[in-house]
Design a protein around this ligand. Structure first.
Ligand SMILES: [Zn+2]
Length: 134
């Protein structure tokens, strides 16, 4: 989402192509990315503030992608999560954006899958046993 917002300026290598030229452009972008259910008023001042924020995000993204953390950017392993994170773990094997949130949910789901795959001895009928003891 942040990168999509940064991309509202195109062709940065050729002098920038501003796609948020007027407040209505930002209002439309909000709607297209599902940020708001209801249309909101965007003022010229609000548009300026959004552009300032966008350029700050752009600078941080450049630092992130080209700096020391460039090789440590990962996508969260949870199928329900689309976040990227910087893996700062010593071994570089972090899987989730948050171990407490996505990691916990993923581990719980894996546990439930393992439990579902196990034979429940109490659920096996006597007929199942007699069919196998011959
Ligand atoms: Zn996640």
């Amino acid at each position: 989402m942040c990168l999509a917002f940064v991309a509202t300026v195109g062709e940065r290598w050729r002098g920038n192509h501003e796609r948020l030229r007027e407040p209505a452009d930002l209002r439309r972008w909000y709607r297209e990315y599902g940020l708001l259910d209801e249309p909101v008023a965007v003022t010229p001042t609000g548009l300026d503030a959004a552009r300032t924020l966008r350029e700050a995000i752009h600078r941080v993204a450049i630092d992130l992608f080209t700096g020391i953390a460039a090789g440590r950017i990962r996508g969260c392993a949870s199928p329900e999560c689309a976040l990227l994170f910087v893996d700062t773990s010593r071994l570089g094997r972090r899987r989730w954006c948050s171990s407490a949130a996505c990691g916990s949910k993923d581990r719980s789901a894996a546990y439930r899958r393992r439990q579902a795959g196990r034979v429940s001895w109490t659920a096996v009928s006597p007929a199942w046993w007699t069919s196998r003891v011959r």
